[in-house]
Write a protein that binds this ligand. Structure first.
Ligand SMILES: Nc1ncnc2c1ncn2[C@@H]1O[C@H](COP(=O)(O)OP(=O)(O)OP(=O)(O)O)[C@@H](O)[C@H]1O
Ligand SMILES: [Mg+2]
Length: 505
């Protein structure tokens, strides 16, 4: 019987000291990757892990290239002649047109109060990253995120109970204080969760400052949906039904959640809510599987975790679900980003629960490197001092504790190398393999280029902004929506060409 290590884990790299030992991470061990931008988190660790993985997976990303890098390969059949594996891309900003679209209905399932609560909390958690710029406001941001969750859970539950859609929820979100319908539904509907009408009114009535901030946060959580195109992607239609997540997982498919770091329009609330839904579906699949766990396992590659999907449930999931065949790798640029998203205590718990830490050099966070240096601890070395004095030669011995790796040593770790702290093993400096290296890497690069060409071609079909603007202004003029100006009476130059419909009033 042959043994393939990719069945039970993903490859981290090869150790440098002691030299040449292959390092693999078991799928039931979680990994946290810390490294500044461009250090190699994605290309050296997360992308290779996802590419080699045979089971279903979910990847969060912020760069189109990172998506195109693995999208083609993840669709290839596992065995020659086998069925292709599905992928679905949640792309709220339309950055990667032409790829199979993930259509999600945020209201689906919210008849169940547990689903409504979880979804609302996920949306609200995504606002914390977008709301704060420094450490001091974190507490306030989390308070309003909690108030937001109370409002949104009521809205989602009320909409689901009455067969309403996202459009109705947005009507309420646009003016939550004036919206009476959701509270009435929660009060009168026999299947509504008890007391939720009280929670809803409690969050929307009271001190005007608090309510004002809550309303702003509610709107911030749902802000992406106020873009018609993004909303269209989240309202399933007959022609474009909602993606069947359970089926996609059963066929070893991949869900990609493509966000971007944008202080004006954060995708984090939407992406966090979708990620929770996908992980819950995978958990259901594990619970109903014949062996009580997913085989092959489900790999969640959470790149840029704090800015893409700050999952409130990640700590609990990492603790419980890894034993059920759900595997987690997360990456972040700095420790500070984790603290901003999760708060100091939760970030520390997450850090403590992470089995393997992979830390790149090049960062500037002295405190983080100092902590890692302390974690690695000291090594006791003995010194022998020989002195030559008037009394003759003397020898003395002493013991001294020195750092195995000083903070500066960690910062100086070379490119394509990283410090690996795995369980109770001694610290290891690992040599990593970039996914563009070697023959396989050249193939991958060619696939990436082909993917870029396809996206460029799909993008070329998008409507031109100048043409859309001209049409909008023409309509406004035709319907007397434009500001009156003296030029309106000016006769048009003979050579000015206007579409016919401009003259239809
Ligand atoms: N297509 C490419 N071909 C060759 N090298 C690349 C390519 N794309 C990126 N690189 C280089 O590989 C290095 C690692 O990139 P990678 O995307 O893995 O960094 P990262 O740690 O994930 O950064 P970020 O936090 O910005 O996502 C970068 O320094 C980058 O210059
Ligand atoms: Mg990256």
């Amino acid at each position: 019987m042959s043994f393939d290590p990719t069945d039970i884990g993903w490859r981290i790299g090869r150790s440098q000291t002691p030299r040449g030992i292959e390092l693999w991470c078991r799928y039931d061990r979680t990994t946290g990757v810390y490294g500044e931008q461009g250090s190699g988190k994605t290309l050296d660790l997360l992308a290779p892990a996802l590419l080699a993985h045979r089971g279903a997976g979910m990847a969060t990303l912020t760069k189109v290239d990172d998506l195109l890098l693995t999208a083609q390969r993840r669709q290839q059949p596992l065995t020659p002649g086998g069925p292709p594996r599905p992928i679905a891309v949640l792309d709220p900003f339309g950055a990667a047109p032409g790829l199979p679209v993930f259509v999600w209905d945020p209201i689906a399932g919210c008849v169940d109060p547990k689903v409504a609560e979880k979804r609302a909390k996920a949306f609200a958690a995504g606002t914390v990253t977008g709301a704060v710029s420094g450490g001091r406001q974190d507490g306030a941001a989390r308070f309003y995120a909690a108030e937001t969750a109370k409002v949104l859970q009521g809205f989602l539950h009320a909409a689901a109970l009455t067969g309403r859609t996202l459009e109705h929820v947005l009507e309420w979100v646009a003016n939550p204080v004036a919206a009476d319908q959701p509270a009435d539904i929660l009060q009168q509907h026999p299947s509504a969760a008890r007391f939720w009408d009280g929670l809803l009114s409690g969050a929307l009535h009271g001190s005007s400052d608090t309510v004002g901030n809550t309303v702003t946060t509610v709107q911030q959580a749902m802000s992406l949906f106020f873009q018609p195109e993004i909303r269209a992607r989240c309202v399933p239609t007959r022609d474009r039904p909602a993606t069947d997540i359970a089926d996609l997982i059963a066929r070893q498919g991949t869900v990609y959640l493509l966000g971007r770091e944008d202080p004006y329009a954060s995708a984090a609330p939407l992406m966090t809510a979708v990620a929770e839904h996908v992980l819950d579906t995978a958990l259901d699949a594990a619970n109903t599987a014949p062996h009580g766990r997913m085989t092959p396992c489900f790999l969640a590659c959470l790149d840029e975790l704090p800015s893409t999907t700050p999952l409130p449930t990640l700590r609990v999931r990492m603790a419980n679900e890894r034993a059920l065949g759900l595997s987690f790798i997360y990456a972040t640029q700095t420790w500070k980003q984790m603290v901003v998203s999760y708060g100091e205590d939760e970030a520390r718990s997450l850090f403590g629960l992470t089995n393997n830490l992979v830390i790149f050099g090049g960062g500037k966070d002295v405190h983080f490197y100092k902590e890692i240096s302390d974690l690695i601890d000291d090594v006791r070395i003995s010194r022998q001092t020989v002195s030559d004095g008037p009394g003759g030669l003397g020898t003395s011995r002493s013991g001294e504790d020195v750092k195995v790796l000083r903070p500066g040593d960690i910062r100086r770790i070379a490119e394509r190398h990283a410090l690996v702290l795995a369980g109770n093993a001694p610290p290891i400096i690992a040599t990593l393999r970039r996914c563009f290296d070697g023959k396989q890497g050249r193939l991958l690069n060619a696939e990436l280029d082909a993917g870029r060409r396809r996206v460029r071609a799909a993008r070329a079909g998008a409507p031109d902004l100048a043409a859309v603007t001209a049409d909008a202004v023409a309509y406004a003029r035709a319907n007397r929506l434009s500001p009156a100006s003296e030029d309106d009476d000016r006769p048009l130059p003979a050579d000015e060409e206007l579409p016919l419909h401009r003259w239809l009033w």
